[in-house]
Design a protein around this ligand. Structure first.
Ligand code: ASP
Length: 346
């Protein structure tokens, strides 16, 4: 009896310790999984890439750019902190930049050859791969809202010109006089570009974009621009072309581009980065760096910002500067303007 009890006891003990070991392994692997998956950054933004080098912008202007980028990051992050969606965070950050005359989007959009403003925008939801894009917007105050309205309410993905504006008005978006988009600096740049017979001018920074990763692991990306100074004949850049200037897919990455749009369209930049991650198992760092380097070798100037599914931030560019920044769930905004600016990793 005594011996039988001991044997039973041993068997129970054996299974108990097996269960405890199993639970321990489960807890450790779950914890490391959480650590591995906890996002490094939740929002990354850009304010355009171009040939603006250190010293070419006054200190007060530099400070104004930094302040506006920081505020956009804080506005977007607040939404994610409050359990909001990455889509809402991207939209809020972009709206803030569109409302500033400093960036080539919304209020600060550059002029076409015909002395008008024709804005492009796009927004993509990585959770559903639903997208909305607009081109040739000239009287809606925040073009990113047109992209959002299309994403939310249209059976189509990409609307243009008067049709896009009619749809936006039907959805109650704010309309402004075309003169709202007048800035003296952009108008002077147009006159200079015309005088030098430049078809397009690529030294102006300013297109804006954002990529966010929310608490549910959903990625979203958006981009908004006035395009390129002196553009004509209804030219459309890469910004509103899903896969060229804007792309998001959960589990893969979110990307927003800025630069010479014709090259970003031809090399399908944003989707090329996603495809390398998805099909070739590249990291977002390798994929984005290689794509931007290849682009340079073909003559395409610009850069991208991006986040992968774990919140890894990338910001490669092949110009003198790219206005850029990121923010994590709890840290301060981190912003940089020029090539030589060091940025701490999140
Ligand atoms: N990519 C934009 C376009 O080509 C311009 C820019 O990013 O500066 O329209």
């Amino acid at each position: 009896m005594y011996n039988n009890f001991t044997n039973l006891d041993l068997i129970i003990l054996f299974f108990r310790s097996l269960t405890i070991t199993y639970i321990c392994i489960l807890v450790v692997s779950c914890t490391s999984e959480i650590t591995k998956k906890s996002p490094k950054a939740v929002l990354v933004i850009h304010g355009g890439a171009g040939w603006i080098s250190k010293g070419s912008v006054s200190d007060s202007m530099e400070q104004a750019y930094v302040n506006t980028l920081e505020k956009a990051l804080l506005k977007g992050r607040k939404i994610i902190k409050n359990n909001g969606s990455s889509l809402n965070a991207v939209q809020a950050a972009i709206e803030h930049l569109e409302d500033s005359p400093l960036f080539n989007a919304g209020k600060g959009s550059v002029f076409t050859f015909d002395e008008t403003n024709e804005m492009d925008s796009a927004l993509m939801d990585g959770a559903t791969t639903n997208a909305g894009a607009a081109t040739g917007i000239s009287t809606i105050k925040n073009p990113i809202q047109v992209a959002r309205a299309i994403l939310d309410h249209s059976v189509h993905v990409f609307l243009s010109g008067s049709g896009a504006e009619a749809f936006a008005l039907k959805k109650g978006l704010t309309q402004v006089e075309p003169s709202y988009f007048f800035t003296q600096n952009n108008y002077d740049n147009l006159l200079k570009a015309k005088a030098s017979m430049e078809e397009v001018k690529q030294n102006k920074l300013g297109t804006v974009g954002a990529v966010a990763l929310d608490k549910n692991g959903n990625l979203a990306a958006g981009t908004s621009t006035g395009g390129m100074t002196n553009k004509r004949f209804g030219r459309i850049g890469d910004t509103p072309i899903i896969g060229a200037g804007t792309y998001a897919e959960n589990g893969v990455c979110g990307i927003s581009a800025t630069g010479h749009g014709e090259y970003f369209i031809r090399y399908v930049v944003a989707h090329d980065i996603a495809a390398r991650i998805k099909y070739a198992n590249q990291s977002i760092e390798q994929a984005s760096t290689e794509v931007i380097e290849t682009l340079k070798s073909k003559g395409g100037l610009g850069g991208v910002i991006g986040l992968d599914a774990t919140g890894t931030v990338v910001m490669p560019f092949n110009t003198e500067g790219m206005f850029r920044g990121y923010i994590s769930l709890d840290g301060d905004p981190v912003v940089a303007l020029y090539k030589e600016d060091e940025m701490a990793k999140p």
